[in-house]
Design a protein around this ligand. Structure first.
Ligand SMILES: Nc1nc2c(ncn2[C@@H]2O[C@H](COP(=O)(O)OP(=O)(O)O)[C@@H](O)[C@H]2O)c(=O)[nH]1
Ligand SMILES: [Mg+2]
Length: 211
């Protein structure tokens, strides 16, 4: 007789300096892993060409965002590059309870807040670019931001990078495929952690009762 071992979902957080390739990694992870759900953030930043409302972000005005802050609708929120970004609480807890893992593309400020709220559920990964030259290349290749915005993001990268010790894992993104495989390995191992397998007690009891 098989006994389904239910598990509590995990919160997989990916952070990196802008341009390290995190958004591409997230897309690939979501395509390849049906157990993973993306937490869609709210932001006050302008929509970039190609971005879809409700899919990449929930785009909103500062007034709307601040109303949601006052109503405690965010699990975490922060200001990044002069705009608000935040994780709506609804859906996250529901997904975790039903054993689905939630992927977060958030910065170090958000990660600190989630860590304070849900350390046991959190698995955090920091992604580094292989070099500064590559970082700059990726930011310009995107070509959706002005040179001024790119320069501003580059100058903030040093500060962002200083937060790597706050993360459980660090990955250097030499190529997309390898990075995705490495993150999938982390996910696989973390899903098997004893504390996450909440049906284990009953399963062991059932095994032992047959001896
Ligand atoms: N704290 C927090 N950070 C977020 C959230 N959503 C996105 N970010 C971060 O905000 C930063 C800027 O994101 P974005 O404007 O999409 O530009 P990107 O750097 O090209 O990804 C990235 O580091 C994201 O990880 C959120 O809900 N909360
Ligand atoms: Mg991004």
């Amino acid at each position: 007789m098989t006994f389904p071992i239910t598990r509590r979902g995990l919160m997989l957080v990916l952070s990196s300096p802008s341009g390290a390739g995190k958004t591409s990694i997230c897309k690939r992870l979501l395509e390849q892993d049906a157990e993973l759900t993306l937490s869609i953030s709210a932001t006050t930043r302008k929509r970039r060409p190609g971005e879809v409302e409700g899919q990449d972000y929930q785009f909103m005005s500062t007034a709307e965002f601040e109303t949601k802050i006052n109503r405690s609708e965010f699990l975490e929120y922060a200001q990044v590059f002069g705009n608000y970004y935040g994780t709506p609480s609804n859906l996250v807890e529901h997904s975790l309870k039903s054993g689905r893992d939630v992927l977060f593309d958030i910065d170090w400020q958000g990660t600190q807040q989630l860590k304070a709220k849900a350390r046991e559920d959190l698995v955090s990964i920091f992604i580094l670019p292989p070099s500064i030259k590559e970082l700059e290349k990726r930011l310009f290749k995107r070509a959706q931001d002005s040179a001024e915005v790119v320069a501003d993001r580059m100058s903030k990268s040093a500060n962002e990078m200083s937060h790597y010790p706050e993360y459980d894992y660090v990955i250097i993104n030499h190529d997309l495929k390898t990075s995705v495989q490495q993150i999938q390995s982390i996910c696989l191992a973390e899903r098997l952690r004893r504390e996450r397998q909440i049906g284990l007690v009953d399963f062991i009891q059932q095994l032992r009762s047959q001896l």
